[in-house]
Design a protein around this ligand. Structure first.
Ligand code: 2NL
Length: 332
């Protein structure tokens, strides 16, 4: 059998080869034309041979045609297939990071409630981060196991702020009350990263100092904030706690955003999620910044911004926010 049949690459080449092998000018046609010149016995023999050869060639060509037709159909189907998952090459617009958006939305919420926004340095002194805030000299937060210190000046005198409270101290130093301000910003603690902790995270703290401010103002402000930021079906509660810079102090919880208060795994079946702390500004803190605690009183609160973003969007691992996987970030 002519090996060129199986080697043809397409239907056009096969048609050409078919003409060459079976057409008027083919070897078969010429041998057939010469049959008349042969003796009767030879003619019968050659005639049968010619028939067998023609049938074999035709069968091989038909088989190859079927193969080539199938291949060409497959190639056409491949070429015509509409891939609905295909990514189009348009310019994709980016958007602000989840945490940046949380900061902007928190600022908007507080500005809507009459607060101003203040910022301050990330590298701070021991006095602004701890001393002015009524931390006693030997407080456990005040050592290299919890706080990241900077090699500048006296050992343990310069540090990366562990909360945004130093900004509040600076605001109180620089301005007579009344003060209604929030302070968002980056803070650092010597923590090991896990599903609910980052060593570098953002806080937003709030501070109110005015005449006649009470714990009732604190509770009402936080409840109004909770509904404005999380929506009308989420409320807040305060539980007694302790901070050196507030007295009395409280933990601030909101209705669990996952189960809406009925109890689930995320809230430990309590129906509540802890978001931060708050309290009435300690008289010593007011004295430290030159404000008379007999004339003025105030409250303060502090929340972790990453945690708020997790709650708002139902994310269960804080590390997702800093892994920078665009497929994750794009969802929000
Ligand atoms: C928390 C707790 C809190 C404050 C921050 C504050 C600042 C001044 C005076 C008094 Cl200058 N208080 N800030 C008060 C209570 C709690 O944060 O767990 N944050 C994530």
């Amino acid at each position: 059998m002519d090996p060129r049949i199986a080697n043809t690459e397409n239907l056009a080449a096969l048609a050409e080869l078919s003409t060459e092998l079976l057409g008027k000018r083919s070897d078969l046609a010429q041998r057939k034309a010469r049959l008349g010149q042969l003796a009767p016995d030879e003619r019968r023999e050659e005639g049968r041979r010619l028939n067998d050869e023609r049938e074999a060639l035709e069968a091989a060509i038909t088989a190859r045609r079927a193969e080539l037709e199938a291949a060409e159909r497959d190639a056409r189907y491949d070429a015509e297939r509409l891939d609905l998952t295909e990514v189009t090459e348009t310019v994709r617009r980016g958007h602000v990071h989840l945490v940046t958006r949380a900061i902007e939305e928190l600022e908007d919420t507080f500005v809507g409630m009459g607060f101003t926004v203040a910022e301050g340095p990330v590298v701070e002194t021991d006095w602004y981060n701890f001393g002015a805030l009524n931390f006693p000299a030997g407080h456990p937060a005040r050592n290299m196991y919890d706080t990241l210190y900077v090699e500048f000046g006296e050992p343990e005198s310069t540090l990366l702020r562990t909360h945004t409270s130093p900004v509040q101290v600076r605001v109180m130093e620089g301005k007579e009350p009344p003060i209604y301000s929030v302070m968002p910003g980056l803070t650092h603690r010597r923590d090991t990263t896990d599903a609910s902790h980052l060593p570098n995270f953002h806080q937003i703290e709030g501070l109110v100092v005015d005449r006649g401010i009470t714990f009732g103002d604190l509770a009402g402000t936080l409840e109004a904030f909770t509904r404005a930021y999380f929506g009308g079906d989420i409320s807040s509660r305060l539980r007694p706690s302790y901070f050196p810079f507030t007295e009395p102090s409280a933990e601030y919880d909101i209705t669990c955003v996952f189960c809406k208060g009925t109890g689930c795994r995320t809230c430990g079946r309590t129906g509540w999620l802890e978001l931060g702390g708050c309290g009435m500004v300690h008289p010593n803190v007011l004295k430290n910044v030159g404000i008379d605690p007999e004339e003025w009183s105030g409250f303060a609160f502090g929340f972790g911004i990453e945690r708020m973003a997790l709650m708002r969007h139902g994310i269960d691992d804080i590390r997702e926010l800093v892994t920078n996987d665009i497929r994750f970030l794009r969802q929000f």
